[in-house]
Design a protein around this ligand. Structure first.
Ligand code: FHN
Length: 457
């Protein structure tokens, strides 16, 4: 496992150091309380929706409170929906009056967001949907409506450019909703070049559509999910944690059961499940050098601008855990040194190996096989307690663990090694992976008998 820090430009290092971002899905759709796609999913009348959207005036929206909460919860960056598929703009766009600035709210929510989150030291990202359900030409496309398509494409490009011109340094850009267009029609590559001219250090995701030129032939002709295999600086697995070995990656996940924006009657995932997703992203490997990925965890603020208390409760629980155990997550460089699935996850940072215990069994000793690096110290990070240990060949025995778990989330044991933590072959390879002869060697110690006592009959 090599150091992530070698393989990406310095100005992107903040992304891998961060590991944990806050996705914010907020817009007039929150008024319905049935998710961000309610306009389409319930086949609503466009004019009725637009009237509601133009009258929307979230009197309790306080970006500084959101930013303070995000910081306390341990998020290191955020990504805010500037315009979702409904087409309503959360900033003062020069290209439409269908915006929070020009309608009842009379506010530029994007400006309030970027200023408040930067003031708290968080990096700022913007989400922008290619799709606008109000615009027929987006769906007719260039073949059926060349003129209409030309004006839609210009509208999209102009809005992205004004977002990257008028709001200071933008660190992260999350395109979304490509279907049914592709990168060649959208002019993704041309826009990407313009984006980098405006914001040279920006990270742009892969939802730029397939491109014949860049992705080669695609059986679906580029109408697929819209994730380009080659365009974009980071991959965006959604609702799943699947590492991207070609580039940086960030799994976006909801804190509820399914929808991204506020839904009345939500069902919420518990804090340990949310934390488990974060650690799984970090330990999973992938990325330019196997250093793992990020979790972009979502909140759907309520229509009046308040954060749901159920989200704040969970986020703060994780934030308190990160205050004590953050070194096992932030800026780590991969994990899964040895086989550890029966107890939890492993992450690494230089010469430290972190055991993130998902299942606390109350036994005083933990046995870790197949670590070949000499160990210098072992600490129960959760309490700061130094633990006694001994290495017997390639097995590490850690003693003195408390019966009760020292935290309601995941206790962490930090193993300080003489060098970067490394495993022998058995430790490097996983079940159903690697060289099966290692298993034959292991079994030969016992022989070939099928009988309990190993005797040949
Ligand atoms: O359709 C959107 C959805 O509403 C949400 O914004 C997610 C977040 O990544 N993206 C699309 C579904 O993939």
């Amino acid at each position: 496992m090599t150091d992530t820090k070698q393989k990406i430009p310095d100005y992107w290092q903040w992304f891998t150091d961060s590991r944990y971002g806050l996705f914010i899905h907020w817009g007039p759709y929150a008024v319905y309380g049935r998710g961000e796609q309610v306009l389409f999913r319930e086949h609503l009348d466009h004019q009725e929706y637009a009237e509601m959207a133009c009258n929307w005036n979230p009197e309790h929206f306080d970006a500084r409170l959101w930013a303070r909460t995000a910081k306390a919860a341990g998020f290191k960056y955020a990504c805010f929906t500037t315009r979702h598929h409904d087409g309503f703009c959360m900033w003062d766009s020069a290209y439409t009056d269908y915006s929070s600035a020009r309608q009842a709210a009379g506010r530029d929510f994007v400006r309030e967001y970027v200023e408040a989150f930067r003031a708290e030291g968080l990096r700022v990202g913007l989400y922008y949907s290619w799709i606008d359900w109000r615009l027929p030409a987006y769906f007719d496309g260039p073949q059926k409506d060349p003129q209409g398509w030309e004006s839609v494409r210009n509208y999209l490009h102009n809005q992205v450019k004004e977002l990257l011109t008028n709001y200071g340094r933008i660190d992260h850009f999350f395109f979304d909703g490509v279907w049914p267009r592709n990168a060649d029609e959208l002019g993704s590559v041309e826009l990407l070049e313009e984006m980098r001219r405006l914001q040279p250090h920006i990270l742009v995701n892969n939802r730029l559509g397939y491109s014949e030129q860049h992705d080669g032939f695609r059986a679906d002709g580029g109408v697929g999910a819209g994730d380009s295999d080659t365009l974009g600086d980071f991959g965006t697995p959604e609702h799943v944690i699947v590492p991207d070995d070609r580039r940086l990656w960030e799994s976006c996940q909801v804190t509820t059961w399914r929808l991204w924006s506020h839904s009345i009657g939500e069902r919420w995932r518990p804090a340990d499940v949310l934390l488990d997703m974060l650690v799984d992203c970090v330990q999973k490997g992938g990325g330019p050098t196997g250093g793992g990925g990020n979790l972009l965890l979502n909140v759907g603020p309520m229509a009046d601008g308040q954060l749901p208390p159920e989200f704040v409760e969970r986020a703060m629980q994780i934030g308190r855990w990160l205050e004590v155990h953050g070194e096992a997550v932030y800026g780590t460089d991969g994990g899964s040194v040895t086989e550890f699935i029966t107890r939890g996850w492993q992450t690494t940072r230089e010469n430290h190996l972190y055991l993130i215990i998902r299942f606390w069994d109350g036994r005083p000793q933990l046995r870790l096989a197949d670590l070949v690096t000499p160990v210098e110290a072992v600490t129960l990070l959760t309490t700061g307690q130094e633990l006694s240990f001994r290495q017997d060949g390639e097995v590490l025995y850690i003693d003195g663990l408390p019966v009760e778990s020292p935290t309601s989330l995941f206790p962490v044991i930090r193993i300080t090694c003489k060098d970067r933590p490394a495993a022998n072959q058995w430790g490097r390879e996983r079940l159903w992976e690697g060289d099966p002869s290692r298993i034959a060697q292991w079994a030969k110690v016992r022989g070939n008998s099928v009988y309990a006592n190993g005797e040949e009959r």
